[in-house]
Design a binder for this molecule. Structure first.
Ligand code: UDP
Length: 237
């Protein structure tokens, strides 16, 4: 077994024999409220590994540069080593969550164009909302890098809207993280799963994502299983 480099809330990161490759292990752990609510949920790691692997494979086929190399086992995947840029990039298509709360608007409103937000990825500060001047001041990324990240995030949004739409789901909002690879290129990293996306069934409007855990409204494993099943049964896959 290789050395653990980092233990996150839903994954651990391990070194491999290759300097520029890492092994991610998806854990049976769910957290909400920045870690204040925390539970072991058997089967979650396997489902998120499967879902994220499918989504990243699809993003690769659509020309989106990303860290994913291959799925190694039920709960593990091999990825390119990157230095994560400490930004959480949120894209919203429909009002929900902290956006609805912060601006005092109803949930479920179609946004006329996608809204992009940045948060500073810093648990000790509860990931505060930030703007481009803050990113510049804290030297997290150059202006050119920020423009590139915004452009990529909007492209990824279009690709993911289509992917989820093809399995009967509306992509309400989601969070991305980017990293720099050994050539200094910025590529998509982290995961795309129901932990990091809001996905609403097109017909019933039911949440098939972590909101069932955040709000205690359903069984996380059964809704994640449904997302995985729909991705697996997708035509052409
Ligand atoms: N999100 C995430 N990690 C975070 C915060 C948000 O993956 O630390 C995702 C979340 O699942 C949702 C989107 O980003 O799909 C927007 O989340 P929001 O700002 O509404 O915050 P929340 O309501 O989740 O606190």
């Amino acid at each position: 077994m290789s050395d653990i480099l980092y233990l996150g809330k839903a994954k651990s990161v391990h070194s491999t024999d290759e300097l520029d490759e890492l092994r991610l292990v998806y854990l049976d752990q769910a957290t909400a409220l920045n870690g204040k609510k925390k539970d072991e949920i058997l089967g979650k790691g396997q489902l998120n590994n499967e879902i994220s692997s499918k989504v990243f494979h699809y993003l690769t086929t659509q020309g989106i540069k990303n860290h994913w190399i291959k799925q190694l086992s039920d709960t593990e995947q091999l990825v390119k080593a990157v230095t994560i840029i400490p930004l959480e990039v949120v894209v919203r298509n429909i009002s929900a969550g902290s956006f609805a709360k912060r601006f005092g608007i109803k949930e479920g409103l179609d946004l006329p164009k996608p809204i992009l937000e940045f948060y500073y990825k810093e648990d000790a500060l509860d990931d505060p909302f930030m703007n481009e001047d803050h990113i510049d001041y804290l030297k997290l990324a150059s202006k050119e890098d920020v423009s590139f990240i915004k452009e990529q995030a909007l492209k990824i949004n279009n690709v993911l809207i289509d992917l989820f739409s093809s399995i009967g789901l509306t992509l309400v909002d989601f969070k991305l993280e980017f990293g720099r690879d050994s050539n200094g290129q910025i590529i998509l990293a982290d995961e795309v799963t129901p932990d990091t996306c809001r996905l609403w069934d097109k017909e019933t409007l039911a949440s098939l994502d972590k909101d069932v855990y955040r709000k205690d409204t359903g069984d996380l494993v059964s809704v994640y299983k449904e997302v995985a099943k729909r991705l697996n049964e997708r035509k052409g896959e």
